[in-house]
Design a protein around this ligand. Structure first.
Ligand SMILES: Nc1ncnc2c1ncn2[C@@H]1O[C@H](COP(=O)(O)OP(=O)(O)OP(=O)(O)O)[C@@H](O)[C@H]1O
Ligand SMILES: [Mg+2]
Length: 273
């Protein structure tokens, strides 16, 4: 994978702060409304920074990302991008501001890789406007940024899990959003690709919010963490300040051994047997 600083990966200065205030979200199509999936979640993602969302399975990370992207109806609270309340921004315009890399990519798209990345250009074109040179250029840049340029003509369905993950990131980059919402972006990726994808996100100049399960990656690449537990914020702050054996035990129910890198970054290991 090559890190590139062309226009899909660098829009320094244009990123805005994304803020969620007191979000309450209930399950879609739940007859009796059931328990809320998010119960008053507030968080702030700094412009051009990486905010990590961590927390156990079912804590509400995907629900929060979908709410921030405007894909999940919210019962109360609001999402602000800079000073703009996002629920008042029309859908198409919103898709130019925020891109979401979903946790599970579709498997059966009958498309070539370049066409999948070009889906990210839809919000930038008029309704019946065909794909233009600029769309193709941006899509090719996005594929190059994730190291997948040689796969442009391949069938999507023939890709490995990690290759699909990279192409989906390219699709999000091709959208040229101010905010990148990444739901487990390192899923299926080998070690080098995990580090490179997160470095690419960090250096993209965009406001990045990434749900991550790997606390070591979260500590290494995020400048701010939001810890979710049962639909509420259990803790938030810089990784080195909030990540502790005690917090991990409280939230995950297991107590890790915490080591530290030479730079003082915490590294979590399972306890010795
Ligand atoms: N339509 C629904 N009806 C009932 N419960 C739902 C519905 N949609 C989601 N949930 C529940 O909401 C909770 C939060 O789900 P969410 O996908 O946001 O968790 P997550 O933190 O992303 O978990 P993971 O780490 O496994 O991806 C889960 O317990 C899930 O089962
Ligand atoms: Mg999830």
């Amino acid at each position: 994978m090559t890190l590139s600083v062309d226009e899909v990966t660098s829009r320094a200065g244009t990123a805005a702060e994304l803020r969620a205030a007191e979000l309450v979200v209930y399950p879609a199509r739940s007859g009796d409304r059931g328990p809320a999936l998010l119960r008053g979640v507030s968080m702030t993602a700094r412009p051009a920074g990486v905010t990590g969302l961590i927390g156990p399975n079912g804590a509400g990370k995907t629900t929060l990302l979908r709410s921030l992207a405007g894909l999940q109806p919210i019962s109360s609270g609001e999402v602000l991008l800079g000073a703009r309340p996002l629920h008042r921004v029309p859908r198409r315009q919103r898709a130019r501001l925020l891109a979401l890399l979903q946790q599970q990519a579709e498997t059966e798209l009958p498309l070539a890789v370049l066409d999948v990345v070009l889906l990210g250009r839809i919000p930038h074109r008029g309704r019946w406007q065909p794909v233009g040179d600029r769309d193709t250029t941006v899509a090719a840049q996005a594929l190059r940024a994730v190291g997948m340029e040689s796969f442009a003509e391949r069938r999507w369905a023939s890709l490995s899990g990690g290759e699909r993950q990279r192409v989906q990131l390219a699709r999000a980059l091709a959208q040229q959003p101010e905010v990148l919402l990444l739901d487990e972006p390192t899923n299926h990726l080998d070690l080098r690709a995990q580090w490179e994808i997160l470095a690419l996100a960090r250096d993209s100049g965009r406001t990045v919010i990434a749900a991550l399960h790997d606390l070591n990656l979260a500590a290494a690449f995020c400048d701010h963490l939001v810890v979710l537990e049962h639909g509420t914020v259990a803790a938030a702050g810089p990784p080195a300040e909030i990540l502790s054996a005690g917090l991990v035990e409280q939230v995950y129910g297991v107590r890790p051994e915490v080591l530290h890198t030479a730079a003082g970054r915490p590294v979590f290991a399972p306890p010795a047997p």
